[in-house]
Write a protein that binds this ligand. Structure first.
Ligand SMILES: [Zn+2]
Length: 295
């Protein structure tokens, strides 16, 4: 997965239904009756200016959004500026009509939607730094990039990469720590070095684009998935368990048959519950156990 760019644009005609940052299952939906929009005083006073144009209008908005996943109920507060664009539409009679279209520019979302989903086993300190970065993204790409860099720093702590060259020595800079990390994990060290460079750029105000930060989020997601997502190995464990239970047991049956009467016990789990011989037919569980004979 990469960041859904449509959910992290600068302005919207309609706010997107961000993924709920709390449950990750639902989406945030605007609560219409909990929406306030008002033109600012300076904007109102500017109407008297000779050159006034509708695109001078500045409004502030505040909205509540609610997660639509039934058992979640998370509420997010969104606020920012609203302004108008003048569009030209052609009406039914073919005449040009000017239309004012309001755009919302969010500056704060609490709690902020996650641009990425860090792997479940990602250390909390790394998640916290990324969460802060996600919140800052709406106000300052520089500050957000810096926080993503901070996530790399705490990730190095979690990976037990040394902080100093020697005990009592000078602290190692992040770049030096990443070179240390490279000795054990070249692929992820390279990804994280790129994130660090984007974060460094964030330290120098100006010139940082939101897209640069979103790229850094994509890179972090990839590194965290490589390091902490054990979905593949967990599924493989289950695969092996199924193969073992379905394919090895018939073999065991053949071997144990040669031993005579004691053979029954290790073959079928159902025989370990002799109080329930189930003469009227096998239970669903027993039926499962019997399936190895019908592969
Ligand atoms: Zn939710």
């Amino acid at each position: 997965m990469t960041v859904n760019r449509n959910h992290f644009k600068r302005s919207y005609r309609n706010l997107p239904q961000w993924d709920c940052p709390t449950c990750g299952k639902g989406h945030l939906i605007v609560v219409p009756e909990k929406t306030a929009i008002e033109e600012t005083g300076p904007s109102k006073r500017a109407h008297g200016h000779d050159d006034w144009d509708p695109d001078w209008i500045v409004e502030r908005f505040a909205m509540l959004m609610k997660c639509n996943f039934a058992s979640c109920g998370e509420i997010a507060a969104v606020s920012g500026d609203a302004y108008f664009d003048v569009c030209v539409d052609v009406d039914e009679e073919g005449l040009y009509q000017q239309k004012m279209v309001r755009h919302y520019e969010p500056f704060a979302i609490l709690p902020a939607p996650w641009p990425i989903r860090p792997a479940k086993k990602t250390p909390d300190a790394v998640k916290e730094a990324l969460k802060t970065a996600a919140a800052l993204l709406w106000q300052s790409p520089e500050a957000a990039a810096n926080q993503v860099r901070q996530a790399v720093e705490v990730l190095m702590d979690a990976q037990k990469v040394k902080k100093r060259q020697k005990v009592g020595g000078k602290p190692l800079r992040l770049h030096a720590r990443l070179l240390e990390f490279e000795k054990k994990d070249a692929t992820n060290a390279e990804i994280l070095r790129a994130v660090k460079w984007i974060g460094n750029d964030g330290s120098h105000n100006g010139g940082m684009k939101r897209e640069d930060v979103l790229n850094a989020f994509d890179m972090m997601e990839m590194a965290l998935s490589n390091l902490y997502d054990d979905t593949t190995s967990e599924i493989l464990k289950k695969v092996r368990a199924v193969i073992k239970s379905k394919e090895k047991k018939p073999k065991a049956k053949k071997v144990s048959n040669g031993k005579g009467q004691s053979a029954g016990a290790p073959i079928s789990n159902s025989t370990t519950q002799p109080t329930n011989p189930a003469p009227s037919g096998p239970s669903p569980a027993a039926a499962k156990h019997s399936s190895p004979s019908n592969p």
